[in-house]
Write a protein that binds this ligand. Structure first.
Ligand SMILES: [Zn+2]
Length: 82
């Protein structure tokens, strides 16, 4: 299981690229990144987008840009694949 390490604010361009929250409709200004550390094949870092208002989150990705694109593809609430 990925372990949450820190919360990171999005930069202005990142907020511009991110779509509003698919769960609660929050504007992208209410989004931030969660940074995870995962102990698997050595140690790697994963990011995902998280909503301040409803705690909804996007899929894990290895870069912030990829995390935003996963977030933008999210349409409905569903379980994470493992
Ligand atoms: Zn939300």
């Amino acid at each position: 299981m990925p372990q949450l390490k820190e919360l990171i604010d999005m930069t202005a361009p990142e907020k511009k690229n991110a779509k509003p929250c698919p769960f609660c409709g929050a504007n992208s200004k209410d989004l931030h990144f969660e940074k995870f550390e995962v102990m698997m094949f050595g140690c790697s870092i994963l990011y995902r987008v998280n909503c301040d208002l409803c705690s909804g989150s996007g899929g894990y990705a290895d870069t912030r840009i990829a995390a935003i694109s996963k977030w933008n593809q999210r349409k409905t609430i569903r379980k994470e694949k493992r």
